[in-house]
Design a protein around this ligand. Sequence first.
Ligand code: F6P
Length: 322
Amino acid sequence: MKKIAILTSGGDAPGMNAAIRSAAKFAFYQGIEVFGVRRGYKGMVDNDIFKMTSSDVSGIIDRGGTVLLSARLPEFKDPEVRKIAAANLKAHEIEGLIVIGGDGSFHGADLLYKEHGIKVIGIPGTIDNDIIGTDFTIGYDTTLNIIIEAMVRLRDTATSHERTYLVEVMGRDAGDLALYASLAAGGDGFFIPEAKDTVQDIADVIKERRAMGKLHDIILVSEGVGSAYEIGNELKKIVDTELRITVLGHIQRGGSPSAFDRVLATKMGAKAVKELMAGESGMMICSESNKITTKFIDYAWNGIVDNTQKRKDIELAHILTK
Ligand code: F6P
């Protein structure tokens, strides 16, 4: 393998730069030329592909976002669009492609491999931690810490005014961010897609807490269950508490990556290059029980979801909110 390319696609995640840096530096070390594709698949289609040098990856390990820029390209579902993208890559004689992103980005990579024979390796990069087959995705830990910090700040004002705060967090259809922020920062309740807590359930928790003399609450709302404003309106009808809503939004995706994400991304970036050098394709890099492994890339959407531990964690989190 003489030439590889790297792209980041979908929502950016803190740690993507650390993965780019590691993959590029590891490839340089092996004498492989590295190309950067700007704006994910959009750059492949637009032929925005450039040769990277070590200065492109210097000083980026601690930067959030992605120096390669990112985009969502729904048009990539069109085989004709993928044909243009593949031809551009081949015109640069690029043999292998590393795709850093979520499962939507992996779908695109899988099709490039199956339709055009481009060797692809996926690295899971998304704050949502929603890729089947890997314990952690790059960016999730940093975002979790941002949410925890926000909760600590909100608790100060919530206790001072004896209020209930609903804090809406990202995660798409996965409740990991809300659930584990609740466990890590002592949340007082949560709405997540994987647990079916109703507004009445949370109202009951608030009433129980008042009976115990606890006069404030921080309740996490995962965006996958709906809007915190709508839930708040329902809650106000059945429990007498002064309510405020905070939607953390894209603040959750910014900032310097945590040590955990940097190390994870660094290990995954190098592993992706190793896989390409070994002639592998159509694979994704995973982190399983603290080991860096690989799985077929379609495991990200066809794999077996094992929620055994999450169910136990939900049970524990329910007990601890009381
Ligand atoms: O997938 C990452 C994510 O941040 C989700 O948590 C969120 O639903 C979505 O992306 C937001 O997308 P955008 O940045 O396009 O608004």
